[in-house]
Design a protein around this ligand. Structure first.
Ligand code: PMP
Length: 306
């Protein structure tokens, strides 16, 4: 990923290498931090950068802070304003991935709740080749952490050790990524992405009571599948063996966008190639995110004044 000139850190825009957190902070020691991953899509014709579903990401960032009981909530308007200021300062005029993080900058035990600080990075050129090529998936032997152990609805940095273990195992075993089952043995999600499958012309995705993040891309896909692909979606439990009955499957997420799944546990999904529904969905997703179609203007926040 390309490095930008500036980072927003603790109240100001600073040179990239000056954004440093002390090793004694509760954020560093115990993972007391929450974050968002937001993409900005560059529209060449309009010479505009659109932040995709920024208000929804900011709402979730506020929710994460409240849930993790930070003693101050850094609000959506403030983070949005600073993010736009930072992107403009960096003069990013290409697709980017932005990460605002609110963290406990105080020092003390895990119960320390403040003071909190905000950092924002906005890096251009973050693409995953799997969006084009598709990926291979291992059903992980790591279980998705249950919501009554760690709040999976929030993007707390510490939560990510669960998916990280699954991803590292998958890579070591020769797969591209992992799919985790939850404590009930039902399909949950990937380390940083939600799961969909197409079976007999219908889409199926695990409901939000399956220990998954309430993903903003998942919500987007629930709208796009009927609208652009003529495919209805069922939100319900998915058994492990039902994975073998999928005609097509894909992951979605801010970083993963729409990523086709070619095989699961080495068993090809359908024909083992990228299928027609996923192909059409991918196309629609990028048209909508980049503003190449007029639909859903409320999902795109322009960064530059016109
Ligand atoms: N699940 C997990 C565990 C994630 O970290 C992410 C990435 N934020 C997703 C799903 C996808 O969520 P979103 O579409 O909101 O980026």
């Amino acid at each position: 990923m390309a490095k930008t000139k500036y980072v927003f850190f603790n109240g100001e825009i600073v040179p990239h290498d000056e954004a440093k957190v002390h090793v004694s902070t509760t954020a560093f020691k115990f993972g007391a931090a929450v974050f968002e991953g937001v993409r900005g899509y560059w529209n060449e014709r309009q010479e505009q950068l659109y932040l995709f579903r920024m208000p929804e990401h900011m709402q979730r960032l506020e929710f994460s802070q409240r849930m993790m009981r930070f003693d101050e909530i850094i609000d959506a308007d403030y983070v949005t304003g600073k993010a736009i200021e930072l992107i403009r300062a960096n003069e990013v005029r290409e697709t980017l991935h932005m990460v605002p993080t609110v963290f406990v900058n105080g020092r003390g035990g895990p119960e320390t709740r403040g003071p909190v600080a905000l950092s924002i990075t906005a890096n251009p050129g973050f693409t995953r080749g799997f969006v084009q090529t598709g990926c291979s998936v291992q059903v992980s032997s790591w279980q998705r952490v249950p919501d009554n152990a760690m709040p999976v609805r929030v993007k707390c940095n510490a939560n990510y050790q669960n998916g990280r273990l699954a991803a590292v195992q998958a890579r070591s075993d020769g797969y591209d990524t992992a799919l985790l089952l939850n404590s009930r043995g039902k399909v949950s999600e990937g380390p940083g992405q939600c799961f969909f499958m197409i079976r007999d012309g219908k889409a199926i995705t695990p409901g939000t009571n399956n220990d998954i993040l309430e993903s903003i891309t998942r919500d987007t896909i629930l709208t796009l599948l009927p609208r652009y692909c003529g495919v209805e979606v069922e939100e319900r439990d998915v058994d492990r063996s039902e994975l073998a009955a999928a005609d097509e499957a894909f992951f979605c997420g801010t970083a993963w966008e729409v990523t086709p799944i070619l095989d699961i546990d080495r068993l090809p999904v359908g024909s083992g190639t990228i299928g027609p529904v996923v192909t059409r969905l991918k196309e629609a997703y990028f048209q909508v995110t980049k503003g190449e179609v007029d639909d859903y203007p409320e999902w795109r926040m322009p960064v530059y004044e016109t």
